[in-house]
Design a protein around this ligand. Structure first.
Ligand SMILES: [Zn+2]
Ligand SMILES: [Zn+2]
Length: 334
């Protein structure tokens, strides 16, 4: 079996799960190919790099799928590891790209021409105490993603939470979820209990809480609220964006809710010996080795800020802002 064949799993339901390689610790992102009466729907095609282009060319050959057989490209959210190859696939197949309005807005803001987001995020991190020596690395890291989502699909079709979308002979309910990425969408087949859930609920991995300047004002609060809402769905099998499909939907949501409560507790302990910046809290939580891994540092710092904001909302922490710094201390009533 060649290495491409190993990346393809034919699932019991006839779908293809394609493990598109990722350099970072997530290892791979799942693209799903859902058979249609004619051709295929492609969900979340992966990050765009030359290696991944070559990977997909081999996968398509291996499965005898022509570019024109791809009839629709559906995205759960705008993150480059899911969205990056959408425009590339569209150029070859002519298929429409379907995504949420918020996802499209994020893609424009982060990687559009003349974007200012790389600077805004770096500035915000500096305010939150990031070591100034990391400034250039962070800016360059952010700018580096532009190539990995290029070309961007010029006119995506907007799909919305609460609507339905036809895939694989079924009308799927479109389920919104916030906190990981604005306008994140999952797709739910109430009849069979299948849930294509992108990164909203992942096995083994706690989905990153995606704080960004000018974004959701309380992303962790939004994430927890989304999970509680999603707990209402009767799900028999989850098809996640990373790792493998799994049936333990409720248990996993409960674990994630619990994980964040414990993290909030831990942060109260960290703040108990005095006020700190988000960066200081982040290093106490995750260690200083993050300094040499800008990618992980960005995720960890954004998530730490999201937790501190949630503590503020709950009244357990207070934000202390001066001209050049934002710090947090425990609320006095605690
Ligand atoms: Zn994501
Ligand atoms: Zn992802």
């Amino acid at each position: 079996m060649n290495e491409y064949a190993k990346a393809i799993t034919r699932l019991d339901n006839g779908w293809l799960q394609v493990k598109v390689p990722l350099a970072f610790s997530l290892k791979w992102v799942n693209a799903y190919l859902l058979p249609e009466q004619e051709g295929w729907t492609l969900v979340d095609p992966g990050l765009r790099t030359e290696e991944i282009e070559a990977f997909w060319i081999s996968v398509m050959q291996e499965m005898s799928i022509d570019w024109k057989d791809i009839k629709s490209i559906v995205l759960t959210h705008h993150h480059p590891d899911h969205y990056g190859m959408a425009g590339w696939f569209q150029e070859r197949s002519g298929a429409p790209v379907r995504m949420s309005q918020a996802a499209q807005d994020c893609a424009n803001r982060l990687w559009g021409e003349n974007e200012t987001f790389s600077d805004e995020l770096t500035e915000a991190f500096l305010l939150h105490g990031m070591d100034e020596r990391l400034t250039e690395a962070m800016r360059e890291h952010m700018r580096g993603f532009r190539a990995k989502v290029n070309p961007q699909p010029p006119d995506p079709l907007i799909i919305r939470q609460g609507e339905r979308i036809s895939m694989n002979g079924t009308e799927w309910e479109i389920v919104g979820g916030e906190g990981h990425a604005p306008g994140h969408l999952s797709f739910y087949d109430r009849q069979s209990g299948k849930l294509l859930c992108g990164d909203q609920v992942l096995p083994d991995i706690s989905p990153n809480i995606g704080w960004m300047p000018g974004g959701d004002s309380d992303p962790l609060g939004a994430f927890l609220a989304s999970l509680l809402e999603m707990l209402q769905l009767e799900v028999s099998m989850v098809y996640p964006g990373h790792r493998d499909p799994f049936p333990e939907y409720r248990r996993r949501i409960e674990e994630l809710l619990d994980h964040h409560e414990r993290r909030l507790q831990k942060m109260e302990e960290i703040l108990s010996d005095g006020g700190k910046s988000a960066f200081e809290v982040c290093e106490l939580l995750f260690g200083t080795r993050l300094r040499s891994n800008t990618h992980n540092l960005r995720f960890a710092l954004a998530e730490t800020i999201a937790h501190l904001i949630q503590m503020e909302k709950r009244g357990t922490a207070v934000r202390v802002e001066t001209d050049r710094t934002i710090r947090y201390r425990l609320a006095e009533t605690k």
